[in-house]
Design a protein around this ligand. Structure first.
Ligand code: ZN
Length: 149
């Protein structure tokens, strides 16, 4: 179990050092998010082809957790339908906020389960979920600025 935990932290560190899908996307759905508590700022770009997410990128600056969470989110969403993305958002949100059912190991979230430990640190929950809230706003084409406050 400890071994697994180390591995997960390695995944987070790796994505923090080398964020995937960092940059802009043209003709995409765009939303901005900020977490004033930590200073995280994100812009999420979503390219939809009908109901399917064909591209996800992000830009911005933030702490290690928010950067890694955004990076891993972009990989998790590629090729997903709108409904699948929303389901993933709910599962992820339940996990980081500790609202999952007892005994739920969130194995269906794959690598994203690395963020399960975040629930122990309420301040970090916002860092880990900022990109997801921002993605949901982009998906729904909300013009409003997302803030975790
Ligand atoms: Zn943060």
């Amino acid at each position: 179990m400890n071994e697994l935990r180390d591995l997960y932290q390695e995944v987070i560190l790796d994505h923090c050092k080398r964020p995937r899908n960092f940059g802009k996307l043209e003709h995409a759905h765009v939303a901005h998010g900020s977490n004033p508590l930590c200073g995280d700022q994100l812009t999420v770009y979503l390219l939809l082809d009908g109901d399917v997410i064909r591209g996800v990128k992000f830009e911005g600056s933030g702490c290690a957790i928010s950067t890694a969470a955004a990076s891993m989110m972009t990989q998790a969403l590629e090729g997903k339908t709108r409904a699948e993305a929303e389901h993933l958002f709910e599962r992820y949100h339940d996990m980081v906020t500790g609202r999952g059912e007892e005994g739920d190991d969130f194995a269906d979230l794959g690598k994203l389960a690395a963020f399960e430990g975040v629930q122990e640190f309420p301040v970090r929950v916002k860092c880990a979920s900022l990109s997801w809230h921002t993605m949901k706003a982009a998906l729904e084409d909300e013009e409003t600025e997302v803030t975790t406050e």
